[in-house]
Ligand binder design. Structure first.
Ligand code: SF4
Length: 225
Protein backbone atom coordinates (compact mmCIF):
# COMPACT_ATOMS: atom_id res chain seq x y z
CA UNK A 1 0.00 0.00 0.00
CA UNK A 2 2.67 2.51 0.85
CA UNK A 3 6.36 3.13 0.89
CA UNK A 4 6.14 3.25 4.65
CA UNK A 5 3.41 1.80 6.81
CA UNK A 6 1.74 5.07 7.64
CA UNK A 7 1.63 6.61 4.17
CA UNK A 8 -0.94 6.19 1.42
CA UNK A 9 -0.22 6.73 -2.26
CA UNK A 10 -1.38 10.18 -3.30
CA UNK A 11 -2.54 8.93 -6.70
CA UNK A 12 -5.13 6.84 -4.82
CA UNK A 13 -7.20 10.02 -4.35
CA UNK A 14 -8.39 9.57 -7.92
CA UNK A 15 -9.52 6.01 -7.32
CA UNK A 16 -11.09 6.94 -3.99
CA UNK A 17 -13.11 9.69 -5.67
CA UNK A 18 -14.19 7.31 -8.45
CA UNK A 19 -15.22 4.54 -6.03
CA UNK A 20 -14.08 3.85 -2.47
CA UNK A 21 -14.35 0.13 -3.01
CA UNK A 22 -12.11 0.32 -6.07
CA UNK A 23 -9.52 2.25 -4.07
CA UNK A 24 -9.60 -0.34 -1.25
CA UNK A 25 -9.33 -3.27 -3.69
CA UNK A 26 -6.24 -1.72 -5.27
CA UNK A 27 -4.46 -0.20 -2.29
CA UNK A 28 -5.57 -2.37 0.64
CA UNK A 29 -6.14 -5.73 -1.05
CA UNK A 30 -3.47 -5.09 -3.74
CA UNK A 31 -5.67 -6.21 -6.62
CA UNK A 32 -5.31 -4.59 -10.00
CA UNK A 33 -6.53 -5.18 -13.52
CA UNK A 34 -5.58 -3.04 -16.48
CA UNK A 35 -8.12 -1.95 -19.02
CA UNK A 36 -7.68 0.29 -22.02
CA UNK A 37 -7.96 3.47 -19.98
CA UNK A 38 -5.41 2.54 -17.34
CA UNK A 39 -2.88 1.22 -19.87
CA UNK A 40 -3.20 4.31 -22.04
CA UNK A 41 -2.84 6.53 -18.98
CA UNK A 42 0.26 4.75 -17.74
CA UNK A 43 1.96 4.98 -21.15
CA UNK A 44 1.41 8.71 -21.07
CA UNK A 45 2.86 8.90 -17.57
CA UNK A 46 5.94 6.92 -18.61
CA UNK A 47 6.64 9.64 -21.16
CA UNK A 48 6.57 12.38 -18.52
CA UNK A 49 8.35 10.44 -15.77
CA UNK A 50 11.99 10.97 -16.50
CA UNK A 51 13.51 11.51 -13.06
CA UNK A 52 16.79 12.75 -14.52
CA UNK A 53 15.15 15.54 -16.48
CA UNK A 54 15.55 19.08 -15.15
CA UNK A 55 15.94 22.09 -17.37
CA UNK A 56 15.99 25.83 -16.96
CA UNK A 57 13.99 27.94 -19.37
CA UNK A 58 14.56 31.61 -18.63
CA UNK A 59 12.94 32.37 -15.29
CA UNK A 60 11.54 28.83 -14.99
CA UNK A 61 13.06 25.52 -13.88
CA UNK A 62 11.20 22.40 -15.02
CA UNK A 63 11.69 19.19 -13.00
CA UNK A 64 10.05 15.83 -13.73
CA UNK A 65 9.04 12.94 -11.48
CA UNK A 66 9.42 14.96 -8.29
CA UNK A 67 8.77 12.86 -5.15
CA UNK A 68 6.43 14.52 -2.65
CA UNK A 69 4.87 13.70 0.70
CA UNK A 70 2.77 15.17 3.47
CA UNK A 71 3.16 13.91 7.00
CA UNK A 72 -0.04 15.67 8.01
CA UNK A 73 -2.18 14.04 5.29
CA UNK A 74 -0.31 10.68 5.36
CA UNK A 75 0.20 10.97 1.60
CA UNK A 76 3.21 10.20 -0.56
CA UNK A 77 3.64 10.20 -4.33
CA UNK A 78 5.22 11.87 -7.29
CA UNK A 79 4.45 14.99 -9.32
CA UNK A 80 4.72 14.47 -13.08
CA UNK A 81 6.25 17.93 -13.41
CA UNK A 82 7.01 20.76 -11.02
CA UNK A 83 7.75 24.15 -12.50
CA UNK A 84 9.76 26.47 -10.25
CA UNK A 85 9.14 30.09 -11.15
CA UNK A 86 11.62 32.81 -10.20
CA UNK A 87 9.96 34.74 -7.40
CA UNK A 88 11.42 37.22 -4.89
CA UNK A 89 9.14 35.70 -2.22
CA UNK A 90 9.99 32.12 -3.17
CA UNK A 91 12.31 29.59 -1.52
CA UNK A 92 15.95 28.64 -2.26
CA UNK A 93 16.67 25.48 -4.26
CA UNK A 94 19.80 23.37 -3.83
CA UNK A 95 22.36 24.16 -6.51
CA UNK A 96 20.37 27.08 -7.94
CA UNK A 97 20.73 30.77 -7.47
CA UNK A 98 17.75 32.90 -6.58
CA UNK A 99 14.36 32.17 -5.05
CA UNK A 100 11.68 29.98 -6.59
CA UNK A 101 7.97 29.29 -6.19
CA UNK A 102 6.77 25.76 -7.16
CA UNK A 103 3.78 24.94 -9.31
CA UNK A 104 2.79 21.31 -10.03
CA UNK A 105 1.66 20.17 -13.50
CA UNK A 106 -0.11 16.79 -13.82
CA UNK A 107 -0.42 14.97 -17.15
CA UNK A 108 -3.64 13.14 -17.93
CA UNK A 109 -5.01 11.22 -20.84
CA UNK A 110 -8.49 12.22 -21.97
CA UNK A 111 -10.14 15.60 -22.19
CA UNK A 112 -11.06 16.50 -18.64
CA UNK A 113 -13.92 14.10 -17.95
CA UNK A 114 -12.53 13.47 -14.48
CA UNK A 115 -11.66 17.09 -13.77
CA UNK A 116 -12.93 16.94 -10.20
CA UNK A 117 -10.78 13.95 -9.19
CA UNK A 118 -7.80 15.30 -11.17
CA UNK A 119 -8.07 18.65 -9.37
CA UNK A 120 -8.10 16.94 -5.97
CA UNK A 121 -4.97 14.99 -6.83
CA UNK A 122 -3.25 18.12 -8.14
CA UNK A 123 -4.19 20.14 -5.06
CA UNK A 124 -2.86 17.35 -2.79
CA UNK A 125 0.46 17.56 -4.64
CA UNK A 126 0.57 21.32 -4.05
CA UNK A 127 -0.15 20.84 -0.32
CA UNK A 128 2.71 18.31 -0.14
CA UNK A 129 5.09 20.74 -1.85
CA UNK A 130 4.09 23.56 0.53
CA UNK A 131 4.73 21.30 3.52
CA UNK A 132 8.07 19.96 2.21
CA UNK A 133 9.54 23.23 0.94
CA UNK A 134 7.97 25.55 3.54
CA UNK A 135 7.05 27.84 0.68
CA UNK A 136 4.12 30.22 0.65
CA UNK A 137 0.70 29.07 -0.54
CA UNK A 138 0.58 27.82 -4.15
CA UNK A 139 -2.36 29.66 -5.68
CA UNK A 140 -2.64 27.83 -8.99
CA UNK A 141 -1.51 24.57 -10.61
CA UNK A 142 -2.14 22.94 -14.01
CA UNK A 143 -3.54 19.82 -15.60
CA UNK A 144 -2.37 18.85 -19.09
CA UNK A 145 -4.92 16.76 -21.01
CA UNK A 146 -3.51 14.56 -23.78
CA UNK A 147 -6.62 14.58 -25.96
CA UNK A 148 -7.05 18.36 -25.66
CA UNK A 149 -3.31 18.90 -26.04
CA UNK A 150 -3.49 21.85 -23.70
CA UNK A 151 -3.13 22.87 -20.11
CA UNK A 152 -6.00 23.79 -17.85
CA UNK A 153 -5.14 26.05 -14.92
CA UNK A 154 -6.77 25.06 -11.63
CA UNK A 155 -7.08 27.66 -8.85
CA UNK A 156 -6.24 25.99 -5.52
CA UNK A 157 -9.10 27.53 -3.55
CA UNK A 158 -9.90 27.10 0.14
CA UNK A 159 -12.82 24.88 -0.85
CA UNK A 160 -10.68 22.56 -2.97
CA UNK A 161 -8.06 22.36 -0.21
CA UNK A 162 -10.71 21.54 2.35
CA UNK A 163 -12.02 18.70 0.13
CA UNK A 164 -8.51 17.29 -0.18
CA UNK A 165 -8.17 17.31 3.62
CA UNK A 166 -11.54 15.60 4.10
CA UNK A 167 -10.79 12.99 1.41
CA UNK A 168 -7.34 12.22 2.85
CA UNK A 169 -8.82 11.85 6.35
CA UNK A 170 -11.53 9.46 5.12
CA UNK A 171 -8.96 7.44 3.14
CA UNK A 172 -6.70 7.18 6.16
CA UNK A 173 -9.54 6.03 8.39
CA UNK A 174 -10.43 3.18 5.98
CA UNK A 175 -6.73 2.40 5.40
CA UNK A 176 -6.04 2.11 9.14
CA UNK A 177 -8.98 -0.27 9.61
CA UNK A 178 -7.99 -2.27 6.49
CA UNK A 179 -11.63 -2.23 5.53
CA UNK A 180 -12.92 -2.75 1.97
CA UNK A 181 -16.30 -1.00 1.50
CA UNK A 182 -19.13 -3.12 0.12
CA UNK A 183 -20.36 -2.81 -3.49
CA UNK A 184 -22.45 0.19 -4.40
CA UNK A 185 -23.40 -0.42 -8.01
CA UNK A 186 -23.13 2.77 -10.05
CA UNK A 187 -22.96 3.89 -13.65
CA UNK A 188 -19.16 4.02 -13.56
CA UNK A 189 -19.02 0.26 -12.84
CA UNK A 190 -19.29 -0.26 -16.63
CA UNK A 191 -15.87 1.35 -17.24
CA UNK A 192 -14.24 0.13 -14.02
CA UNK A 193 -11.03 -1.85 -14.56
CA UNK A 194 -11.83 -3.97 -11.50
CA UNK A 195 -15.37 -5.01 -12.35
CA UNK A 196 -14.31 -8.63 -13.00
CA UNK A 197 -12.76 -8.76 -9.54
CA UNK A 198 -15.41 -6.70 -7.74
CA UNK A 199 -18.41 -8.39 -9.44
CA UNK A 200 -20.85 -5.55 -8.76
CA UNK A 201 -23.77 -7.48 -10.28
CA UNK A 202 -23.51 -10.22 -7.67
CA UNK A 203 -24.62 -7.92 -4.84
CA UNK A 204 -27.99 -7.68 -6.55
CA UNK A 205 -28.39 -11.44 -6.62
CA UNK A 206 -30.11 -13.25 -3.74
CA UNK A 207 -27.78 -15.07 -1.34
CA UNK A 208 -27.05 -18.78 -1.90
CA UNK A 209 -29.08 -19.56 1.23
CA UNK A 210 -32.10 -17.63 -0.04
CA UNK A 211 -31.75 -19.23 -3.48
CA UNK A 212 -31.67 -22.79 -2.05
CA UNK A 213 -34.57 -22.09 0.30
CA UNK A 214 -36.69 -20.76 -2.54
CA UNK A 215 -35.82 -23.57 -4.95
CA UNK A 216 -36.08 -26.43 -2.45
CA UNK A 217 -38.75 -25.33 -0.03
CA UNK A 218 -40.33 -22.21 -1.50
CA UNK A 219 -39.38 -20.31 1.68
CA UNK A 220 -36.84 -17.89 3.20
CA UNK A 221 -33.17 -18.77 3.73
CA UNK A 222 -33.28 -18.51 7.51
CA UNK A 223 -35.87 -21.31 7.79
CA UNK A 224 -33.30 -23.77 6.30
CA UNK A 225 -30.95 -23.75 9.29
S1 SF4 B 1 -17.18 -2.39 -10.25
FE1 SF4 B 1 -18.28 -0.60 -9.42
S2 SF4 B 1 -18.46 -0.96 -7.19
FE2 SF4 B 1 -16.91 -2.36 -8.01
S3 SF4 B 1 -14.96 -1.32 -7.69
FE3 SF4 B 1 -15.64 -0.83 -9.76
S4 SF4 B 1 -16.81 1.08 -9.63
FE4 SF4 B 1 -16.59 0.23 -7.54
Amino acid sequence: MSLENDYMLLSGIQHFTFCRRQWALIYIEQQWADNYFTVDGSIMHDRTHDPFFTEKRGTRIVSRAVPVRSERLHLTGECDVVEFLADPEGVPLFGREGLWQPRPVEYKRGSGGSLEADSLQLCAQAICLEEMLCCRRIECASLYYGELRRRVDIPLTDELRSRVETTAREMYEIFRRGHTPTVKKQRSCASCSLKEICLPGISKQPSARAYLARELFGGEGDSLW
